[in-house]
Design a protein around this ligand. Sequence first.
Ligand SMILES: Nc1ncnc2c1ncn2[C@@H]1O[C@H](COP(=O)(O)OP(=O)(O)O)[C@@H](O)[C@H]1O
Ligand SMILES: [Mg+2]
Length: 400
Amino acid sequence: MPQPLTVLCLASYFKGGLFLEECHRQGCHVILVTEEKLGSEAWPGHAIDEFFMMPDLARQPDITHAVSYLARSRTIDCIVALDDYDVETAAALREHLRLPGMGISAARLFRDKLAMRVQARAQGVSVPDFVHALNDAQLADFMQRVPPPWVLKPRSEAGSMGIKKVHSAEEVWALSETLGDRRSYYLLEQFVAGDVYHVDSVIWDGAVVFAAAQRYGQPPMSVYQGGGVFVTSTLAYGSDEERTALAINQSVLAALGMEHGVTHAEFIRDQAAGRFTFLEIAARVGGAGVDKLVEMATGVNPWTEWARLEVAHLRGETYGAPQPRQGFAGLLVSLARQEWPHTGAFDDPEVVWRLEKRHHIGMIVASDDRQRVQDLIAGYVPRIAQEFTAVEAPLDKPPD
Ligand SMILES: Nc1ncnc2c1ncn2[C@@H]1O[C@H](COP(=O)(O)OP(=O)(O)O)[C@@H](O)[C@H]1O
Ligand SMILES: [Mg+2]
């Protein structure tokens, strides 16, 4: 009997249960390292061989010492970041333990919005015009050249100040004054008005072997800054917008050199020019129910596929790409006034999944008929907004 593969997963957010379960099903020894505050979440205990908690997964050198200590008595074969916040930590640990998978520079292209833009643009992918919010002359030149509005945004996770839409150079200079030394962690870019799309992919040997394309109802920024119902739904298969979204997704993945794994990429279709432009990409499964949305539409769950391909890769086996169904689904999520909202009144048979989360309401509708999904969404959004949506508080984490 060969030794089972040992897969160590980092999770600073409660997610990825299906990944852990599939690794277990494939006969791996599964180690989960999470944060103390997530200790009592509903992790799939039967699939986890060893469970560890830390106060803060990103704190160095603590996490390096902790994982290296585990490695004294275990042969860790791979390290996987279940949440976006863990991507860089996992990359640093791989480099430290000399394990396969994305190292620090490769992972950075999937975390740092400036790095991904520079790389994508260099490879000919359309991106919103941008500048690093660093050099005074370059910033001034950008603001001369590119008409406002612009967005000032953090390169990776929102620090002291989140993403901001700005309308004048004075505003930008005032904000950069406030940011002080934090300024180099930001970029300034053109605000591109238009619909926002997301493409969720599975990549094997540098090729996109599965991709699902969806459009958000309102752009996410309008939802989490203005309050309202977050909506996203499957595009029509073979339509111009689907084909264009899949094509730009493929160009981005090629430009960023993704070899194996899953991604969640976002694009804006410039309302004025009609063309797609690259917004951002992450080396993870889409959050806030997006994995379930993809599964309900296509029968393929990105978490499960990710586990299957990681294991196949480590074992030197071939990975049999999934055969998706061409169904349709729509996801609706909102912050709720009620602690545990009752969603029973949304009783159409197409409701295939409901979110169970405090002060949230969420559901997925699915059908083989795209129009039916669109009609259900159009009927449900005003009802959710009226009876459930909490308007004052922003979402604790923007849906992504
Ligand atoms: N250049 C831009 N033009 C128009 N809208 C933007 C732009 N950048 C970001 N947004 C809006 O802000 C949202 C969040 O931005 P994004 O870059 O995806 O960061 P994150 O999802 O990590 O917060 C987007 O979904 C979009 O609605
Ligand atoms: Mg985004």
